[in-house]
Design a protein around this ligand. Structure first.
Ligand code: AVJ
Length: 322
């Protein structure tokens, strides 16, 4: 019991409503209007995302999993023995398990997630499956700096595991800052194992972000539902249409919510007008090439050591070192 609660000492973080409101207000006052995609993942949003991962059109999760199944052993060998493995956005633990099962005497596994509940339940399950690995969850927004826990065994080095192509949600400048933060966190001898979605036929991308069953549309609209609930707003979900758009120049897929009519919405007492056809950009998902990403990473101080892809080269997992 004492052991199970040791990691929980780090829990206690939840995004302050004030910050959420400020980010929403700022996004809706910018041009084009935007909303931050990190707020998709409340309980319902996380469930919808899990459903997206099962969709025939959404190749991303399935492909990364296939790469992990095939190559987790080589990846663990690359990472080396005695590591403190820090995972960013430790949503589902399937990929993590493939890696943890292969690592040579890791000093600790540190899942970092913004959702405390999710983090706790995942950590408990991992403790049962891997009693020999110290699990030290940290509830934090990994885009901000946070303190690393101190494992009882001294790690030989640190490595960040950043799967799921979450890095795709960062504009290149922000991705670059993020990579620099990882370099600082890991320090000398550190490493990064990262999942990156690759550039491909735009038609495939469009289908992946606008599926036939409308799950992605519901996921997108759920952001409005969350704002209604948490920020005392009155968005009418059906008055905003889900749209995906691929920008061929910046190689990013965008999700948007397009106003179906002229309307006014109140958020925490403040009114926002929307013209018919006006859109809110809710997510950018950048698609990279292995070379392009290696270039971005090298500017941040990371050198590409190895990359693994699927047969169709839809997705890549890269190992980089400081
Ligand atoms: C979780 C950021 C990888 O960009 O593909 C899925 C989120 N958005 N469908 C992605 C998402 C629409 C997803 N990531």
């Amino acid at each position: 019991m004492a052991e199970a609660s040791s990691g929980a000492a780090q829990i206690g973080f939840s995004p302050a409503a004030g910050v959420f409101y400020e980010e929403v207000e700022q996004g809706l006052r910018s041009s084009p209007r935007t909303l931050p995609c990190k707020y998709f993942y409340d309980a319902q949003g996380s469930q919808l995302f899990d459903a997206i991962c099962e969709l025939p059109e959404y190749y991303v999760t399935r492909t990364e999993l296939e790469i992990m199944r095939r190559h987790a052993g080589e990846m663990a060998e690359r990472i080396g023995p005695g590591v403190m493995l820090i995972e960013y956005g430790s949503g589902s633990s399937v990929k993590t398990r493939l890696l943890l099962s292969q690592l040579d005497r890791p000093a600790a596994y540190v899942p970092v997630d913004i959702s405390g509940d999710h983090l706790l339940s995942t950590s408990e399950r991992l403790r049962v499956s891997y009693p020999q690995i110290e699990i030290l969850p940290v509830c934090a927004d990994f885009t901000e700096s946070f303190a690393l826990p101190r494992p009882s065994t001294r790690p030989t080095h640190n490595a960040v595991y950043f799967p799921g192509s979450t890095i795709g949600n960062f504009h290149p400048a922000a991705a670059s800052r993020m990579l620099r933060t990882i370099v600082e966190l890991c320090g000398c001898g550190g490493g990064l194992l990262i999942g990156v979605d690759l550039q491909k036929d735009p038609a495939v991308l469009m289908r992946a972000y606008d599926d036939s069953q409308g799950v992605t549309a519901a996921f997108n609209q759920n952001l409005l539902r969350r704002i209604n609930r948490e920020l005392d707003a009155n968005f009418e979900l059906d008055a905003f249409e889900h749209q995906s758009y691929y920008d061929t120049e910046s190689h990013r897929i965008e999700m948007r919510l397009v106003s179906r009519c002229d309307q006014a919405v109140t958020i925490g007492g403040e009114e926002f007008g929307f013209d018919r056809g006006e859109s809110i950009r809710t997510e950018c998902s950048y698609k990279h090439t292995v070379e392009g990403f290696a270039q971005l990473a090298s500017e941040a101080g990371l050198a590409l050591r190895e990359s693994w892809t699927d047969d169709d080269e839809r997705f890549a997992v890269l190992h980089l070192v400081v």
